[in-house]
Design a protein around this ligand. Structure first.
Ligand SMILES: [Zn+2]
Length: 321
């Protein structure tokens, strides 16, 4: 078998009757030959076939390439509730700049606001004290030539929002509210409810009105690994969860919101876009074939705490899918 190791070895042993390195490299610049050609016996004594490389792609006009296609390194530090009390923004920005990040994620977010948000039910963390941490980070990143992703988390919210909008919650079969397993004061928001149509866009528009961000991202939505099982008044009219029919309706809703959020990002900048966390290794939620026709950026953010058997290479498997 010709693998990388014995390719190099045979290429280098010119004169010992193996593959001449220069003729192999010659293939890089020539159109494909008619078909495979035979070579002398390889180091294992059997015939091997050499297949020419495909022709090089034509060079691209740099100005026509979308900016996100030129991104090579991404930096992400997710803030905690206590960070606004202690974080040194210049240190944060210097760190990512020294790491040569082209773009950084900055937490907006949906559960606790990291800026003095005026959107109703976008709760300020108890250490925020009206500090505009998000805005400071955007300014510091831009000053160093880095782009900014506004990172949101629309999957959970607090009791005051639930009281005002009981229709925003995911429900169990008995009608009771579904709460977060990690923080029982947070309820799970239903992606078919107006929470996603009204509340999330309100935050996006507020961010766009105040800051110079390059794109928007949601973590926590769409759900990963398994389809939602909600019995709210909207979802109880949908096909049962874990059926192909539900998967289609679920994908329809994901794409509807994805496109809606994408359009909101473009209200300010035509080259901005929305994308979401589609991690979960190869068990990503929506139909990836359909999503692939919409998504400007595919983010497989595998945080290593969701599945017992998550493999480090799952991310690249998912990328190939
Ligand atoms: Zn629901």
């Amino acid at each position: 078998m010709l693998n990388r190791r014995n390719f190099l070895k045979t290429g280098i042993t010119v004169g010992a009757g193996a593959i001449p390195l220069n003729s192999t490299l010659h293939g890089l610049n020539t159109p494909p030959a008619s078909s495979a050609q035979s070579a002398p016996a390889d180091i294992y004594g059997s015939e091997i076939k050499i297949v020419s490389f495909p022709p090089r792609l034509a060079s691209q006009d740099q100005a026509a390439i979308p900016w996100q296609n030129k991104i090579r390194r991404v930096g992400q530090t997710n803030f905690t509730e206590y960070d606004p009390a202690v974080i040194n923004v210049d240190q944060w920005a210097d760190y990512w700049h020294s790491a040569k990040a082209d773009i950084v994620f900055v937490s907006v977010t949906g559960i606790l606001a990291f800026y003095p948000s005026k959107v109703k039910f976008h709760r300020h963390g108890k250490f925020l004290n009206n500090r505009d941490l998000f805005g400071e980070c955007v300014t510091a990143a831009k000053k160093r030539g880095m782009r900014v992703v506004a990172r949101m988390s629309p999957d959970l919210n607090w009791g005051d929002a639930l009281e005002a909008h009981p229709e925003w919650a995911m429900r169990h079969q008995d009608g009771s509210v579904q709460y977060s397993n990690e923080e029982p004061r947070l309820f799970k928001t239903c992606m078919f409810s107006t929470y996603m149509d009204d509340y999330v866009p309100a935050i996006m528009r507020e961010i766009n009105s105040l800051y110079d961000v390059d794109c928007f991202y949601t973590n926590g939505w769409p759900p990963l690994g398994s389809l939602p099982d909600c019995h709210c008044s909207i979802c109880s009219k949908l096909p049962a969860s874990d059926t192909p029919a539900y998967w289609r309706v679920f994908t329809d809703r994901v794409l509807e919101l994805w496109q809606k959020y994408d359009a909101i990002t473009k209200e300010k900048k035509h080259d901005s876009f929305f994308f979401a966390n589609s991690g979960g290794n190869v068990r990503g939620g929506p139909n990836l074939n359909r999503l692939g026709q919409t998504a400007a950026w595919f983010q497989a953010d595998n945080q290593g705490r969701t599945y017992d058997d998550a493999a480090i290479w799952g991310c690249s498997l998912q990328g190939r899918v």
